[in-house]
Write a protein that binds this ligand. Sequence first.
Ligand code: ZN
Length: 325
Amino acid sequence: MVGRPNEMLPARRPVVAVHVAVVSRGLLGDLPEPVVAAAQVLQQQPVVMVVLAVAPEGVGRAVAPLEGVIPEVVDAVFLAAIKEGRKRSAGHIRLPENESFTVEYVTGKSWSGYNWYLGNARSRVDLNTDLPIYAYRLTDLLAHEGYPGHHTEHLLKERLYTEQGFGEHALQLINTPECLISEGISTTAESMVFSPEELAAFRREHVYPAAGITGDPEREIAINAARARLSSVPSNAALLLHEAGADPEDVVAYLQRYGLSTEAEARQRLRFISDPLWRAYIFTYDVGRELVLNWLGAGPEATRRQRYARLLTEQMTPSQLVASV
Ligand SMILES: [Zn+2]
């Protein structure tokens, strides 16, 4: 369950603190350092920038119920993506027979998806339909929340409590060091089970025909790769809002300009980073991803997968990952 701020454990997040300081220093200049780097990348790829800034809906039509695809079809597409994610994860991670998760559609949330771990290898994944869910993001979203992301991590780490007696694994607290690793696991989840070529083929052969939509998988993957360079923009937006005292409307404009978000997406992000529970959590995504990617390294795939499996099953701290890169 989610811990409220006044129930949290004392902060012990040296890695987060270091990265916040680095990002924060960038704010002292004209633009945060990561944004300058991202803008330079995008200037070299004008097509990508135009597509993201002008027509994100052209990348892939939404498969959310709100977008006119009938719910039965949406469910079938989700199911196919979940099944594929599970099959690929089970190829190198041992999953118990009885595990499963359900998907519910919700509204009025500041996040896009949430994994509620229910215990006994079961989860409920809530997907927020306030904003369109894009077809090209489907595999990432379900890998993040399901296989081999949050659901997989929680069910495997439940054993740390049930079999090894680690009481701290009996509950999940927000804004703790484990969140950094958990989001690092989940933001890299899709790439651990799909190579870019496999991803393109799966979308072209299974996701788009099943949903009755068209898309350009290779182009979308290239766009996403470029957009990954912008992953620190939401964290910088939080610093703009809370540390620099920027006007919320300026933060929305910042997210649109440098994060290439639509106005609706930027306002949802503002809501997230304004929430007392989530405003510090925003750093877990980009910092956690960097932490985990560094630890996984650039070695052979077998080594990376072995390390990823350790993250899913062992009690590890951010400091340990930093120390053992
Ligand atoms: Zn997550």
